[in-house]
Design a binder for this molecule. Sequence first.
Ligand SMILES: *C/C=C(C)/C=C/C=C(C)/C=C/C1=C(C)CCCC1(C)C
Length: 250
Amino acid sequence: MKSLLFSLPLMADVTKIANDDYVGFTFFVGCMAMMAASAFFFLSMNNFDRKWKTSILVSGLITFIAAVHYWYMRDYWSGVGESPTFFRYVDWTLTVPLMCVEFYLILKVAGAKKSLMWKLILASVIMLVTGYFGEAVYTTGSGPALWGFVSGLAYFYIVYEIWFGNAKKLAESAGGSILQAHKTLCWFVLVGWAIYPIGYMAGTTGWYDGLFEGLNMDVIYNIGDAINKIGFGLVVYGAAVAAQSSTSDS
Ligand SMILES: *C/C=C(C)/C=C/C=C(C)/C=C/C1=C(C)CCCC1(C)C
C-alpha cells in the first residue's frame, strides 16, 4: 500500500523551487491559479441560463486545460530544466481556439455565423503553428524572425477582424452588455496577447537580439497566460451577470 502510494505520479515529484527560480515559481502559482479559476467557473455555471451557461463552461475549459498543462510544464521544468515548448504550444493550440469560440458565443445573439468562428480559429491555428516553427523547429539564422513575422500577420488579422471587421458590427448591433464585453475582450487581444511576441523575442534569436535582454521567455508567457486566460473568463462571467440581471429587472 505504502509503495503504491509513493509510486502515484502525483506524489512522485516534489522538488525544491529555488528562491531565484522565477520560471518554476510562476509555473507553480500559475497552475494553482488556473485550478482555482476552473473551480470558480464550473461551480458558478449553473447560476446562468442556457445561453450563458455554455460561455461560462468554455471559460472553465480554457483555464482547466491550462491547469493540466501547467501541471506537466511545472514538472518538466523541475525535472528537465528546459522550456516545455511542446506542452506550451499544445496548451495554446487547444485554448486559443476556444477563446475564438467565446467571441462567437457572445455575438451569437446578434446573429454571428459559424463562419466567423472558423475564420478566427483558422487564423489562431496559423499564428500558433508558425510560432512553433520559429521557436522549436527553424531556430537558427533568420528562422525565428521569419516565422514570428508570419505568426504576427495572423495575429493582426485576428485583431483586425474583432476590432473593425464583421465581429465589431455584430457587437454594435447587439449593444448593451454584449458590446461592452466584446470591447473588453478586444483590448485583451490587442494588449494582453501582445505580451506573447515579447516573450518570443526574449527567447529566440534574430534582429531583435538584446531588445528584451534579461527577460525570461517562460516567465513572460506565464504572466500572459494568467492575465489572458483568467481575465478573459472573468470578462465573460461579468457579461453573463450583467445580462442576466438586466433581463430579470425588466
Ligand atoms: C492562453 C494562451 C494565449 C492567449 C496565447 C496567445 C498566444 C499568442 C497571441 C502568440 C503569438 C505569437 C506571435 C504574435 C508572434 C510570435 C510567435 C507567437 C506564437 C508567440
